[in-house]
Design a protein around this ligand. Structure first.
Ligand SMILES: *Cc1c(COP(=O)(O)O)cnc(C)c1O
Length: 388
């Protein structure tokens, strides 16, 4: 019997063999010419994947939370006002980060957890500005909710507010057109839809964000995150000239370049469509056996993960049974929802057979837990979507 489990959590995800091979290459000097070529190419490919040809890419060792902090640290000065469009746990985290850097934060919250604040509510708040910046969590991984970045960014531009998108669970999986939509800074981490092991904080900043940074009157209050230190490094690697500020995670950057190459080879449109298709099939399968999604509607549900309530009479012990069936899924992560729901990630290299295996394991675990349903109905519903 195989003892390998299928990892279906919202990050880290399963990585392609080519990406994992890059992790195992002999580590070169960070100043070697062949590494400068790889780093430079990865930075160029980030501009392509973020659809920000004029953007300034930053790749720094750290997790997604560092990427959030890099944006706040470099753009906020004490006393600046910031608006947070709240869709869950990671938006709450952004409030804490912005406040730590001295911002006065206003939050626009949705009517209920699982929903998104309306465009009208966000516009009302923006009218009471000016705000230095607004943050949008594209996909909030705690609620599984997707925000309408395109229309929110339009509002941000209308009210001359920098638009910051936390794309940690979206970039590489959900449609996001940074320059076309007027997003000023997009941030992500390696281990989610970009398909690279954890350890990279990734930021692409547009011209307006860089201008706001250059106009600062006070120094950035963290040394490690300061663009004053990182901008020359990124510019230099883009020119294939290695220089040192802090040792870059050589193998991770090698792996990033491989994964970005795979993303571009698949094509962004095709990749977004694959995520939508597999997500639709998975959600249809869960709904067919009577389970209820956390997002208030399908339109507000992300395609990179699914958040779903346990049915009546079933609790978090279900996850142990799903694991016995060979699949690792994740518990809930939103304080207001507690242990009432679980989360399944399906992004990156995910395939239709992963979706069907996971659904099969969930059905098996539910049947073993005494939940009464038409066994197989979920798989059939998913297959209908997959073959449509
Ligand atoms: C995972 C996640 C983060 C945090 O990333 P870490 O790498 O765990 O620090 C931030 N925002 C969103 C939307 C996420 O999904």
């Amino acid at each position: 019997m195989k003892d390998r489990k299928l990892l279906m959590i919202p990050g880290p995800i399963e990585f392609t063999p080519e990406v994992l091979q890059a992790m195992g290459l002999p580590t070169t000097s960070h100043l070697a010419a062949n590494f400068a070529e790889v780093f430079g190419q990865a930075l160029e490919r980030l501009r392509e994947v973020f659809l920000a040809p004029g953007g300034c890419p930053f790749v720094v060792a750290g997790s997604g939370t560092l990427a959030m902090e890099i944006a706040a640290a470099n753009l906020i000065e004490p006393g600046d006002r910031a608006l947070v469009v709240n869709t869950g746990f990671f938006s709450d985290r952004y409030v804490a980060i912005l406040e730590r850097h001295g911002a006065e934060v206003t939050v626009v919250a949705p009517p209920v957890v699982g929903d998104v604040p309306s465009l009208e509510a966000v516009e009302e708040a923006l009218k009471k500005g000016p705000y230095k910046l607004m943050t949008i969590t594209h996909v909030d991984t705690s609620t599984g909710v997707i925000a309408d970045v395109r229309n929110l960014a339009y509002l941000g531009q209308k009210y001359e507010t920098l638009v910051i998108v936390d794309g940690v669970c979206s970039v590489g999986g959900e449609e996001l057109r940074m320059e076309e939509w007027g997003v000023d800074l997009t941030l992500t981490a390696s281990q989610k839809a970009l398909g690279v092991p954890p350890g990279l904080a990734i930021v692409v900043a547009g011209e307006r964000a860089m201008e706001a940074f250059r106009k600062r009157k006070t120094p950035v209050r963290t040394y490690y995150a300061d663009w004053t230190n990182w901008l020359p490094v990124m510019e230099s690697y883009l020119a294939r000239k290695p220089i040192y500020f802090g040792t870059p995670p050589v193998n991770l950057i090698w792996a990033l370049n491989v994964s970005l190459g795979q993303i571009l080879a698949e094509g962004l449109e095709a990749r977004w469509a694959r995520h939508r298709h597999l997500s639709d099939a998975f959600k249809a399968g869960l709904e067919a056996i009577g389970l209820k999604l956390v997002p208030v509607s399908r339109e507000k549900a992300a395609h990179t993960l699914t958040t779903v309530y346990y049915p009546e009479g079933i609790d978090a012990r279900l996850l142990g049974l799903i694991l016995e069936a060979g699949i690792i899924v994740a518990s809930g992560r939103h304080p207001a929802l507690g242990e009432r729901y679980f989360r399944v990630g399906h992004m990156g290299a995910v395939t239709a057979s992963d979706i069907l295996s996971t659904l099969g394991a969930i059905e098996w675990a539910l049947a073993r837990s005494g939940y009464r349903f038409d066994v197989g109905a979920g798989l059939a519903a998913a297959e209908r979507v997959l073959t449509a």
